[in-house]
Design a protein around this ligand. Structure first.
Ligand SMILES: Nc1ncnc2c1ncn2[C@@H]1O[C@H](COP(=O)(O)OP(=O)(O)O)[C@@H](O)[C@H]1O
Ligand SMILES: [Mg+2]
Length: 233
């Protein structure tokens, strides 16, 4: 589905990503872990074209996309739920969703289908985005990305700022989306949640991939967890 090959990304003169490579297979979930400031969001921004890489390749469904403008990348089938959620606080839930709607041959997400899968959003349909709870806002952010009918979903820290119960709820949602056939690249700080839903794990440190493996590979590697994630658990 997606291959990121040896990308180098800069903000001005600051060289942030130093040859990052990662992959998302069809109908699977890859997760990017790592401490703050290590380049996780920059990797997402590189893929969606907000901060295109200066070197390296990004191949999506067989086509190189690293030189395309963001709107074309999005239109080619990549949806984004950004860090901090990025919903419109002064629009209703329904307005947030319909504004993003884009028909596409793909997975066929409509307002009806989103409401069916997320009845909580239907109940809150006429509430302002800004009046939702953190968990509901996260749900809305994910659903807004779904309304663009993507084949690949980019999720940047979906559990950020949520209570443990809501983190579990978001994990359930993500598992469900995988079952619906989506491919997902997710950034997470919540390691336990990430390892529950991931098929492939990457750890970034100072703009480089320092670990790649399965969730079990990481569970069994205390040294890597302590060194790069600051936890032995
Ligand atoms: N717009 C920006 N301009 C300059 N530097 C930035 C910008 N955004 C992020 N950075 C720097 O890039 C590095 C990686 O940031 P980021 O990708 O946001 O990290 P993460 O998502 O892993 O916390 C950090 O050192 C951060 O300070
Ligand atoms: Mg980030």
């Amino acid at each position: 589905m997606l291959q990121v090959e040896n990308i180098h990304t800069y903000y001005g003169d600051s060289h942030i990503l130093h040859g990052v490579s990662m992959e998302v297979k069809e109908r699977s979930l890859s997760v990017i872990l790592g401490r703050n400031g290590m380049g996780k969001t920059t990797s997402i921004r590189s893929i969606i074209g907000f901060t295109p890489p200066r070197h390296g390749k990004i191949v999506f469904q067989g086509n190189e996309i690293q030189q395309l403008p963001s709107y074309k990348i999005a239109k080619s089938g990549i949806g984004l739920s950004p860090q901090g959620r990025g919903i419109f606080p002064n629009l209703t839930v329904k307005e947030n969703l319909t504004l993003a709607a884009r028909s596409c041959s793909g997975s066929g997400w409509t307002l009806e289908k989103v409401y069916e899968l997320f009845p909580r959003l239907k109940e809150r349909g006429l509430s302002m985005g800004g009046n939702l709870s953190g968990g509901e806002q996260q749900m809305l952010s994910i659903c807004r990305a779904l309304m663009t009918n993507p084949d690949l979903l980019l999720l940047d820290e979906p559990s950020e700022g949520l209570s443990p119960i809501m983190v579990q709820e978001v994990a359930n949602i993500i598992s469900r989306l995988k079952k619906e056939g989506l491919s997902i690249l997710m950034v997470e700080q919540n390691i336990a949640m990430a390892l529950k839903v991931a098929d492939r794990v990457y750890i970034l440190s100072k703009g480089q991939v320092v670990f790649e493996g399965t969730p079990d590979d990481l569970r069994n590697n205390t040294e890597v967890k302590v060194q790069y994630l600051g936890t032995g658990h």
